[in-house]
Design a protein around this ligand. Structure first.
Ligand SMILES: N[C@@H](CCC(=O)N[C@@H](CS)C(=O)NCC(=O)O)C(=O)O
Length: 391
């Protein structure tokens, strides 16, 4: 059968894959010219046809033109009369639209914000997908192809462990023959792409030894974000209400350096001598759903996930959160030092905040809680499994 048209794009673009997979389900052929280059695509002559200058675009054998990958794929899906791909009733067709829009607006856009600067898109935490998927629809084609990049680039093993249903959904689909024929084997991400800051001045090496000196509690694998906290940040930041509080003699950065560079008992002595209970507050923090925790490494990942959403809080908070116990019998808890007397916007706005109880430790309780706070800061527990420092 003659191809119904041509899709122009660079090779292996997942936005093209959905049209090619739909074509296979419909028994159609679509050509993807191999001599495509972005340079010729953006020639003035071509931009007259496709002014957005973005790929993919489609040109039908009859001259019909389309841009937007979902429209192109939809055209291919709808090309065959009575196709099974688009639903038989109004409700089914609307559901297909729902997932097309979900894939484009929620999945693709959010993924782009994550690894867009690196290469691709950003993670959307797709709700658990339990539904059986014996019957593939165009919605599945759109959602699964939008996840190809993330599974290759940023969903590493630890991350995947948290989303078993999505993994099952994705794996089932990409192993269907028509998917496989187009996207091939998808090597699952081993090491997630990370942001590499542009080289600033000449001394990237000078920072290295400093980090090694840091004496953190045993086993601490330093969160990336923590390292960034030490670096000067030239960009103007949006103002925080916390910057309007009366000045405090306690300097958060000095405490963080103290904690990082000294044994914790030395750092804690400094802490109690310098703590300013008017300017800062101490909080016991407990995960609300400890009885649902399973593997200790997954509990520790939850802490990492919480921290990852607290980017704006580094200037105002320090936390030590630990996992205590064993697989299928563990808890997440910790202590935090926070600027001001309330849990600030920078923390309560984080998506995971609702999963934790923050209980303030009043100055009158310091004496009674001192040992426990110190144990949490130094990870001094027999049943310690893992932990992470937020700084
Ligand atoms: N919503 C569009 C997005 C297209 C798009 O962003 N394409 C990128 C490549 S994946 C592109 O052509 N970028 C070139 C540019 O912006 O100059 C679609 O799904 O087709």
């Amino acid at each position: 059968m003659a191809p119904i048209g041509k899709i122009y794009s660079y090779p292996n673009n997942p936005r093209v894959a959905k049209a090619l997979i739909a074509a296979r389900y419909n028994g159609l052929e679509v050509e993807v010219p191999a001599d495509f280059t972005m340079e010729t695509f953006k020639s003035p002559e071509n931009l007259k046809k496709f002014p957005l200058g973005k790929v993919p675009v489609f040109e039908g054998a009859d001259g019909f033109q389309l841009f937007e990958s979902s429209a192109i794929a939809y055209y291919v899906a709808a090309y065959k009369e009575n196709t099974d791909l688009l639903g038989a009733t109004a409700a089914e067709r609307a559901l297909v639209q729902q997932w097309i829009l979900f894939a484009d607006n929620e999945v693709n856009n959010n993924f782009s914000a994550w690894f867009g600067p690196l290469m691709g898109y950003q993670p959307y935490l797709k709700p658990s997908v339990d539904a059986a998927i014996e019957k593939v629809t165009f919605a599945d084609i759109c959602v699964a192809t939008s996840l190809v990049g993330p599974y290759k680039m940023v969903f590493d093993k630890e991350f995947r462990a948290q989303y078993k249903n999505v993994n099952r959904y994705f794996n089932t689909l990409i192993n269907q023959p028509h998917f496989k024929a187009v996207v091939g084997d998808i090597p699952l991400c081993e090491t997630a792409l990370k942001y590499t800051p542009p080289k600033k001045e000449k001394k990237p090496a000078a920072e290295q030894p400093k980090k090694e000196k840091k004496a953190e509690p045993k086993k601490e694998k330093k969160p990336e974000a923590a390292e960034e906290a030490d670096e000067p940040k030239p960009e103007p930041k949006p103002k925080s209400a916390l910057d309007l509080l009366p000045p405090s003699p306690f300097v958060m950065d000095a405490w963080k350096r103290m904690y990082s560079n000294n044994d914790t008992d030395v750092a804690m002595k400094w802490f109690w001598e310098n703590h300013d209970p008017q300017g800062f507050s101490l909080w016991k923090v407990d995960y609300k759903y400890n009885d649902e925790l399973t593997q200790t490494f997954m509990s520790n990942n939850l802490i990492g996930g919480f921290y990852a959403r607290l980017e704006r809080a580094h200037k105002y908070a320090f936390g030590s959160m630990i996992v205590r116990g064993t697989n299928n019998n563990n808890t997440i808890s910790g202590y935090w030092l926070i600027r001001g007397q309330e849990v600030p916007f920078e923390i309560y706005d984080a998506a995971d905040y609702e999963s934790y109880n923050f209980t303030k430790v009043e100055p009158a309780q310091y004496e009674e809680k001192k040992k426990e706070i110190e144990d949490y800061m130094s990870w001094n527990f027999e049943d310690l499994a893992d932990g992470k420092i937020f700084k």
